[in-house]
Design a protein around this ligand. Sequence first.
Ligand SMILES: CSC[C@H]1O[C@H](OP(=O)(O)O)[C@H](O)[C@@H]1O
Ligand SMILES: Nc1ncnc2[nH]cnc12
Length: 336
Amino acid sequence: MLRLRASPPVLTSVFKRQVHIGFRKMGSIADSYPDPIPIAVIGGTGLQSLPGFTPVASLKPTTPWGAPSSPITVLHHTSGDGRPIPVAFLSRHGLHHEIAPHEVPARANIAALRSLGVRTIIAFSAVGSLQEAIKPRDFVIPDQIIDRTKGIRPFTFFEGGMVGHVGFADPFDEGVAKVVRKCGHSLEGDGVRLHDKGTVVCMEGPQFSTRAESNMYRAWGGSVINMSALPEAKLAKEAEIAYQMICMSTDYDCWHVSEGDVTVEMVMGNMKANSENARRFVGAVLDELSKDEHKDLVAAKHLEGQMKFAGSITGAAGRSEEAKKKLGWLFPGYFE
Ligand SMILES: CSC[C@H]1O[C@H](OP(=O)(O)O)[C@H](O)[C@@H]1O
Ligand SMILES: Nc1ncnc2[nH]cnc12
């Protein structure tokens, strides 16, 4: 059965004030948020929360594709001019890293974020390095992906009676990437090392690669490897959301002749040691994105409406009721 959208209620300013007073007085946070939230951060391994920002609400939306990986925390970030900017934070592997890469409910995550108003996602990922020059704890802003998932993860919203084809030549958003790179470079020399481009190989996992695979990915031109860029990036593209991943290298996978093979301990150790840099990096990106000059970029105006056409290949007579309902939930008004 299709669940109804948990759309944020339209609140009067008096009620908005009561909500704010309410969570301050009771020491707990609200379970709804009155305004659209344009930016989201998806945290990956070792980044299950975003310390340093003020949590103001914890949302538990449901979608036609199920529930997201974790409650969505609404954080207030103070912009340069003192305005509180809401940011949605979602933990990809759950609050305690209980969801394996192939189990991440990526459709529910992306659909829930879109329903809250999100049009820009900054996604974090712990990655193995496939290149000598990308050292553990370096950041990489990838611009390409090689898909090595095995087709076992649901990877599209368009199925079961409505077909949609979206361009995926550039899986990440170049406009958002430019802002992210600028912010990363502004922190360089202060503990942050940044690589402007890179190809992320997304493997199925949850086991790490064999040495033969690792060497093959290097020969293919892969820069880094993870288990989570897909289908997240594909679904964000279908949902008309500007999506950019920030990768943090945690190991040299298993190709390196003198460095030890990747272990979870290695990944977590490097993530923990560099988490303050990751937090500063996100803070700088949010500061910059909240400037008025990036308003249209953050609202992903350049993507708006693309699925209306990409998804109308199926003639009205051929559309199933279920697909219409689901896609109508994701894109109100697009396919009526
Ligand atoms: C714990 S190592 C493998 C794990 O780390 C990465 O997670 P995420 O991308 O969510 O930061 C990688 O993709 C794997 O899921
Ligand atoms: N070596 C590796 N392979 C796949 N995912 C990773 N995440 C962090 N290190 C990784």
